[in-house]
Design a protein around this ligand. Structure first.
Ligand code: MN
Length: 288
């Protein structure tokens, strides 16, 4: 059974986004802990994507585009342009900083998805790394053109059982699922009815473990994102750009960013993002 999760609209600098995860009703789908959907939009002189240098710990950022291009730079010295059909995966491990922006030379359109994956305890203290994958496994699944961008044979590094895929459905199909995973499905373009639920565009639907396949019907064709994973089984604590296990870890990461201990992003023109105030509860005054 698919359960709709209500999105909320917010802004990322000049860019309007729909935040589909986390929402009050659901914090995680497998290890997936964050999903922002932006676009489609057209522009001329503006720079709709302009996210200044900021830090991450305890997660992977997963960038997937439907149209346009985004330039990634990070504190390891990575510089990578991503285009539709390609994948950027940045594994923060114990800490990295990065910036993402619309490149000076661009196609004037932008539509994409920004995802985070929570790293399990065994992987969250590793050294940071960045991967750009221009080639990903694509297969025809019963009338759907499926690109696996993480898990299920994708070359992208994954640290817990998961899947992330885009499915272009031409006509009715049934997508095979791992029944031990919970899943999220999002209709990004076109129309679709999945598991007898008529999907609203850019809305995330959750399915609990136990679903072995997802029947999809479409009239005009559909472009779907499918996310899944084994129920994460670890309590995560998310604040700002950090995924941790405690308030103390968050406070330490914030202090590290304040002290410029995440390294510098070379090549981004402009100031970095300062951390918001962390609401640490006041210490009780010793009795005097
Ligand atoms: Mn980021």
């Amino acid at each position: 059974m698919l359960t709709p999760l209500p999105p909320r609209t917010t802004r990322l600098g000049p860019l309007e986004i729909r935040r589909l995860l986390p929402v009050r009703q659901r914090r995680l789908i497998g290890p997936w802990c964050f999903l922002d959907r932006y676009g489609p939009l057209s522009f001329t002189d503006e720079k709709p994507m302009d996210v200044a240098p900021h830090p991450h710990i305890g997660l992977q950022t997963v960038t997937w585009l439907l149209s346009g291009e985004v330039l990634h730079r990070d504190s390891l010295g990575s510089e990578a342009m991503i285009r539709p059909g390609q994948l950027n995966v940045m594994t923060s491990g114990k800490g990295i900083s990065h910036a993402e922006e619309t490149p000076r030379s661009h196609s004037g359109v932008l539509s994409g998805v920004q995802l985070w994956v929570a790293l399990p305890d065994a992987a969250r203290h590793r050294d940071p790394s960045f991967e750009h994958h221009a080639e990903l496994p694509r297969m025809d699944v019963r009338g759907a053109d499926v690109t696996l961008f993480i898990g299920g044979g994708s070359p992208a590094s994954a640290y817990s059982p998961m899947v992330g895929a885009e499915a272009r459905v031409r006509e009715g199909t049934s997508l095979p699922l791992d029944g031990s995973f919970e899943h999220g499905v999002m209709l990004m373009e076109g129309d679709a009815t999945a598991d007898s639920v008529e999907l609203e565009i850019d809305r995330l639907y959750h399915a609990a473990p136990g679903l072995d396949e997802l029947p999809v019907e479409t009239q005009r064709g559909a472009r779907l994102m499918l996310l899944g994973g084994a129920p994460f089984g670890e309590q995560v604590y998310m604040w700002w750009n950090f995924v941790a296990r405690s308030k103390e870890e968050i406070a330490a990461a914030r202090a590290d960013w304040e002290a410029h201990r995440f390294g510098e992003v070379i090549g981004y023109e402009g100031a970095r993002i300062e951390a918001p105030q962390f609401p640490v509860p006041a210490e009780a005054n010793p009795a005097s």
